[in-house]
Design a protein around this ligand. Structure first.
Ligand code: SAM
Length: 548
């Protein structure tokens, strides 16, 4: 774990009840408990993995406006300063200095920044022929070097992952999950309704929260941009730089290809090295059009890089592409006020972590490392989006479990003869679920369902076809939210999965998308999930934080 990260004294917080929650977090040491004790771009949306079987429908400005207004309702933010990496660097910073002149604590690459795009604009050739050949040779050399670099970095990352003791069980589990292919997932899977629904929720988050403020302002009739006399946003697209923590097998690549604001760079990290290889293969297939059922490859696809990495146990600043985009090691408590005033150092527009942040809650140290990586890599105004288990559900299930147990015990104590010989004591470890999913705490849990201190509350999670008894950790929501404040991350949105459905199912874009993805029956309009699948998805919620 990087010592620079999350160090220093915590900033004071003035959040009322949250302050006490923050205090609770800070006073807790790392969990030492075992076993569960403590330009009017048309918006394109389509089904899973951007297979884009059907052309997206033209979108109505009213729905875009609704979504984008929701994003920006909380407050008006300052303009996002440029990253060191993207085209927007050419604009002036708020100080009117070029980014180069700004005081910056960003880690720098020893080499000059390069474009994330694999095919930079060709230079004007003096003579046709020779220059072209030289260009091809140069590209070939560049490509070879890039591959060598990626291999070396991958080996480094794998070595350090091993050395630092990543949760091997989790890594091995995800490495072992077979990649069965899209067709199987859509037809054979017993949980295809649930799979489609989860994918729709992730697409919805990407559609709602990935665009930046300028892009969103184009669909927003408040014309915020007019107030600072900068004029309307330029017609040319500013493209997004996206970092995915726990990208798995690359299942969200297609969703990013269809993000409303075009993606320029996608960096996918995950400690499961086999998953990373599969993600890379998937990206190559998307680029070449392989496995796209006879469809042509997309005319342009973002540049993507994938590395094995424990994103919650390690600092991300040693990955070259992340250095190049920009990552600020001072993010977090005690971080530089100047760095935060000038934009907070990072260069990514969006950090995403889908179904993964619960692995960070093994300890306070890992949770802080995760937040340091997130906040350090985001630029000011950047978005942190994700989905994870909802602690409200876990708390109420655990509290209900203890209530039932106490009632049983009271009834037994009231029996005149006491328990009969051979009567087995009931298991006092909280668990629940159904045929397709199960949550099981291996140790004691708090009777009131409140998890304090908030780290290290291990449970095992099983999901048919997907997750076999993997250890996960409760993410006590209020503690998480309080902690994010130390990292200048402000909560913008949080919703349980089934509420997202209720809110968005009639959206003119997201509604039809749900039909194309097989989430809603076209004839009846009902969800295609069984009651058991619905119960399983209600375990999760989605969130979006802004870097301020
Ligand atoms: C349920 S999968 C989700 C994969 C992908 N985000 C998706 O939504 O399809 C959880 C992922 O979290 C990853 N993960 C576990 N521990 C992690 C860590 N310390 N850093 C980053 N990713 C981690 C796992 O390897 C796995 O790929």
């Amino acid at each position: 774990m990087d010592p620079s990260c999350g160090s220093g004294s915590p900033k004071p917080t003035n959040q009322g009840s949250h302050a006490s929650q923050s205090d609770a977090i800070r006073s807790s040491g790392p969990a030492a408990r075992e076993n569960g004790s403590p330009g009017d771009k048309k918006r394109k949306v389509t089904e899973e993995e951007s297979s884009a079987a059907e052309k997206p429908q033209p979108t109505g400005p009213a729905s875009k406006r609704k979504r984008l207004q929701e994003r920006h309702q909380a407050r008006k933010r300052g303009r996002t300063p440029p990253s060191v990496f993207s085209r927007r660097n050419r604009s002036k910073s708020p100080s009117n200095a070029t980014p180069r002149d700004e005081p910056s604590r960003r880690s720098r690459s020893p080499l000059p920044p390069r474009s994330p795009s694999p095919d930079p604009q060709p230079r004007q050739r003096k003579r046709p022929g020779g220059g072209a050949r030289a260009g091809i040779a140069d590209r070939e050399t560049l490509r070879r070097r890039q591959e060598e670099r990626e291999r070396a970095e991958e080996q480094d990352a794998m070595r350090s992952s091993r050395d630092r003791g990543v949760s091997d069980v989790v890594r091995q589990h995800y490495n072992a999950v077979p990649e069965r292919g899209r067709e199987w997932r859509k037809t054979e899977s017993k949980i295809k309704g649930l799979r489609s629904f989860n994918n729709w929720v992730k697409s919805t988050l990407i559609q709602k929260f990935s665009p930046d403020e300028e892009f969103s302002a184009r669909f927003n009739d408040t014309k915020d941009w007019a107030e600072d006399s900068m004029g309307p946003p330029p017609a040319d697209d500013k493209r997004l730089l996206v970092l995915d923590l726990g990208c798995g097998k690359g299942g969200d690549l297609g969703k990013w290809q269809l993000a409303p604001q075009t993606v320029d760079l996608y960096v996918g990290l995950d400690p499961a090295n086999i998953s990373i290889e599969q993600a890379r293969d998937r990206y190559d297939a998307m680029r070449s059009g392989r496995g796209q059922r006879g469809r042509r490859p997309p005319q342009s696809i973002f540049h993507a890089e994938f590395y094995p990495k424990d994103c919650f146990g390690e600092w991300l600043g040693d990955i070259r592409i992340i250095q190049q985009v920009g990552i600020d090691p001072s993010a977090g408590p005690g971080g530089s006020i100047m760095a935060s005033r000038w934009g907070g150092g990072g260069g990514f527009d969006v950090v995403t972590s889908m179904f993964a942040v619960h692995y960070a809650f093994e300890s306070e140290e890992k949770t802080r490392q995760m937040l340091c990586n997130v906040a350090g890599s985001l630029k000011k105004g950047g978005r942190f989006i994700g989905v994870c288990p909802n602690s409200d559900i876990i708390s109420s299930r655990v509290a209900a479990f203890h209530k039932r147990r106490q009632e049983r015990e009271a009834a037994k104590a009231a029996e005149p003869e006491g328990p009969e010989d051979g009567e087995v004591e009931e298991d006092d470890r909280a668990q629940w679920g159904n045929d397709i999913y199960r949550v099981r705490f291996p140790g004691a849990t708090p009777e009131n369902g409140i998890f304090r201190p908030p780290f290290g509350w291990k449970y095992s999670y099983f999901m048919q076809e997907a997750v076999e008894e993997v250890p996960e950790y409760v993410v006590p929501w209020e503690a998480f939210r309080a902690l994010t404040e130390d990292y200048n991350l402000e909560l913008q949105y949080r919703k349980p999965f089934l509420e997202i459905w209720e809110d968005e199912k009639n959206d003119p874009d997201l509604g039809p998308l749900s039909e194309r993805m097989g989430v809603r029956d076209r004839a009846t309009g009902a969800l295609t999930m069984t009651e058991e699948e619905k119960e399983a998805v209600s375990f999760y919620h989605a969130f979006c934080f802004y870097k301020v």
